[in-house]
Design a protein around this ligand. Sequence first.
Ligand SMILES: Cc1cc2nc3c(=O)[nH]c(=O)nc-3n(C[C@H](O)[C@H](O)[C@H](O)COP(=O)(O)OP(=O)(O)OC[C@H]3O[C@@H](n4cnc5c(N)ncnc54)[C@H](O)[C@@H]3O)c2cc1C
Length: 468
Amino acid sequence: MTAASELRPVIVGAGPAGVRAAQTLVAHGLRPVVIDEASRAGGQIYRRPPAGLAQRSVRTLYGFESKRADAVHAAFDALQGRIDHHSDSLVWNAQDHRLDVMHNPTRSNRRVPYSHLIVATGATDRVLPVPGWTLPGVYTLGGAQVALKFQGCAIGQRVVFMGTGPLLYLVAYQYAKAGVKVAAVLDTARLADQLAATPALLTQPTVFAKGVYYVGWLRAHGVPLHSGVRPLRVLGDDRQSRVTGVAWQDGSEERTLACDAIGFGYALRSETQLADLLGCRFDYAPLHRAHLPVRDAAGRSSVEGVYLAGDGAGIMGADAAEWAGERAALALLADNGVAVDTARAAELERRLHKLVGFRQGLERAFPVPQDWAAHAPDDLVVCRCENVTAGTLRQAVATTGADELNRLKALSRVGMGRCQGRMCGVAAAEILAHATQKPLQQIGRLRGQAPIKPIPIRLVQAPEGSGA
Ligand SMILES: Cc1cc2nc3c(=O)[nH]c(=O)nc-3n(C[C@H](O)[C@H](O)[C@H](O)COP(=O)(O)OP(=O)(O)OC[C@H]3O[C@@H](n4cnc5c(N)ncnc54)[C@H](O)[C@@H]3O)c2cc1C
């Protein structure tokens, strides 16, 4: 066992999970390294605008979550001088007790060794494309929110939000509150789904009440809300140079609406690439409709010394991320002989466990459209980096019998471009599962590859010599 003073724990991610993990390690006398590609801590939900941008109040930025945002920011700020914070720094590779980290502003690399690692990398949007989604003016829901929260600007002046999930109504509400014309909210989930999920959602009454408030506020302010729809296509101008509207199926009727921007998404997917590079075991998690790195109730992965916390190992939300970050740090400490408050650890596990019912309720209320792949036309671009269409994927399946996602990647180049499958992986898996009539569980997942995000080629060729 390593003496606690010799531990060099590294935390990747300074969202709610990473911040609470760092705070817990510091409280036990350790000095962790915290690495985040963002310039300021806070993660996605509590993302802070860049220093120097005209400051909007915490209340304006985070609404109901402003107290929690304040608390997480204050907790992190209080750690200064007791942690090593590498901001603006992307971990693009992870192996053998060291991380390759690119400092974004200088495009330089440094190798960061670690004795123990807490991976708290969060999530991104789950994207199921619709014809026309590559037109300028189409954003993911998360992207639309980041524009508002981080840069203080809107994606358009007359915006449609579509897809499903709690973020759909939240982002629509935030835009409307900010004075943007929200032309409509198009939800693929049916009202009946949401009603059926109510008992499970009521296990977290405050969160449920917030959701009801957003919907009620949008209705009261005249924003048209349509549920049970099927997005058909994004409409563009003659030169296809920008969005001019959207078409969708509402029952037997096809409807269109003019707009100059669209935010769309189907809830979130975990950022699992680092866990993959580290060799963590993955299992299919039906609740998340995804293959996820396995963690025990405390956050231990299958790899000794590697811990997983927050949305990066399954979408559970910001409160859960805080608890999971603290719990993973306590596990790291206990595994190295540091005395920890076991009652607190048990309490955190109890809280996390209690959220599972609510999470199931969310899946029921906002299910991913099961028929998306069946309706995806052959000319739909699935992978925009490599310009791979649904038809190309189906053709590859038909001619080669490919029934595993990495095989399909090798044959079609889907997921081989800049995003490394982070945007198109979900859709490609759905197309493959539908084409082979196999469950998602069986068709596998795209394996993570370094660099997990684009970096200058010279850093891959000579990472050691290009240290910051
Ligand atoms: C775009 C977006 C908007 C959201 N908005 C809301 C909202 O308004 N309300 C709500 O309730 N929930 C929202 N969520 C969900 C919510 O953010 C999460 O539930 C919560 O933040 C999870 O906390 P976390 O610490 O696990 O991850 P995050 O908060 O996502 O933090 C992860 C951090 O890791 C960093 N990171 C990831 N990979 C790397 C890497 N390779 N190298 C360096 N740094 C890395 C990221 O920069 C990020 O700061 C949103 C999610 C997304 C993706």
